[in-house]
Design a binder for this molecule. Structure first.
Ligand code: NAI
Length: 328
């Protein structure tokens, strides 16, 4: 029984092989899963995909026709999977619910600090022997108000880190986390207050029909002038065109993103020889107060090892005939 792993990246292949220790017959593919590549799963009972693979209804139908019964996500987020369709087709789905909230939270804070202290500009300058400090002034994190939207696994680590900076921490979540309220002084509030009072806003909620474009023209207008916006969650939480308008009028003072709503087909790949066709990201790249990383917040040794071992564990559960606690 074969397992096909789509979107295999160099940084994960050896880890998956090590975690597998020849238990499963794995075929690695570098191509992403989509309508054109689903046929490659023929002969496989299980398929594994990454964050930018397409597991929409038509693709799932093709996988089902190819005989696939189990879809293993090498991610925590599952916004790219049509769960209803999978259920209808009898395809079971498992994910890696938490591989390292620290990896993502620390990257979000790295974006905050790099933007605030203009580290990228400063580094570029000194490499050109320009040691001037003009234009590099930052602000103390100490005493600033940070708004965390979503205090689940990642958002609560952010709270822990920012507590160390002595920030005032506001949060919004559907359910309050008592531990971070008591230990790190997190103040749960409503969106209006968070938008109005935060110097930095960082997003840690999943993408759903409810949260899509939660950051848009209307919500941006409620924010503090010059706010720093950080998104390491999913690109479509923010309406990028509205954010560009916000940057142009300096309502948004800084933008740090690890995710982009049109990242599929762009992020994780080398396009340095191509003509960039995406005018939205092209515009974003013209702002010196915008920092973009290509979905690398998860990319630490700890997280990669955990993704590999939980992926193989999920396959063990499936092929062993048992129920898996990581199933959706
Ligand atoms: P989690 O499930 O532990 O936390 C999400 C929190 O959001 C929960 O506390 C939930 O109650 C809250 N929430 C959901 N909908 C909400 C709404 N409409 N309003 C307010 N709160 C709401 O998830 P975790 O592990 O903290 O991850 C958060 C997101 O980070 C994931 O959904 C994923 O999209 C993203 N992520 C990004 C990675 C990267 O490499 N850039 C890696 C891993 C996750």
């Amino acid at each position: 029984m074969e397992t096909v792993i789509y979107s295999t990246h160099k940084f994960e292949k050896d880890r998956l092989l090590n975690a597998n220790i020849n238990q499963h017959n794995i075929r690695f593919l570098e191509v992403p899963l989509n309508c054109d590549t689903a046929y490659l799963a023929k002969g496989a009972l299980a398929v594994s995909i990454f964050v930018n693979d397409d597991a929409s209804a038509p693709v799932l139908e093709k996988l089902s026709n190819a005989g696939v019964k189990f879809l293993v996500l090498r991610s925590a987020g599952y916004n790219h999977v049509n769960l209803e369709k999978a259920k209808e087709l009898g395809i079971r789905i498992a994910r890696v619910p938490a591989y390292s909230p620290y990896a993502v939270a620390e990257h979000a804070v790295a974006l905050m600090l790099a933007l605030n202290r203009k580290l990228i500009r400063a580094n570029n300058r000194v490499h050109e022997l320009n040691f001037s400090l003009d234009g590099l002034t930052g602000f103390d994190m100490h005493g600033k108000t940070v708004g965390i939207i979503g205090t689940g696994q990642i958002g609560s680590v952010i709270a822990r880190i920012l507590y160390g900076f002595d920030c005032r921490i506001l949060a919004v979540d559907k359910s309050e986390n008592k531990m971070i309220r008591e230990r790190f002084g997190v103040i749960y509030s409503d969106y209006e207050t968070l938008y109005k009072e935060s110097d930095i806003i960082t997003l840690h909620i999943p993408l759903s029909s409810e949260t899509r474009y939660i950051i848009c023209k209307e919500t941006i207008s409620k924010m503090k002038q010059g706010v720093m916006l950080i998104n390491t969650s999913r690109g479509a939480l923010i309406n990028t065109k509205d954010v560009i308008e916000g940057l142009k009028i300096r309502q948004i003072g800084y933008l740090g993103i690890d995710v982009y709503e049109e990242e599929s087909g762009l992020f994780f790949e080398d396009h340095s020889e191509d003509i960039l066709q995406d005018d939205t990201i092209s515009r974003l790249l013209t702002f010196n107060n915008v920092l973009i990383t290509s979905h690398q917040a998860f990319l630490t040794n700890t997280a990669l090892d955990n993704i590999a071992s939980v992926t193989i564990y999920n396959l063990n559960c499936f092929y062993g005939g048992g129920k898996c606690e990581n199933e959706l």
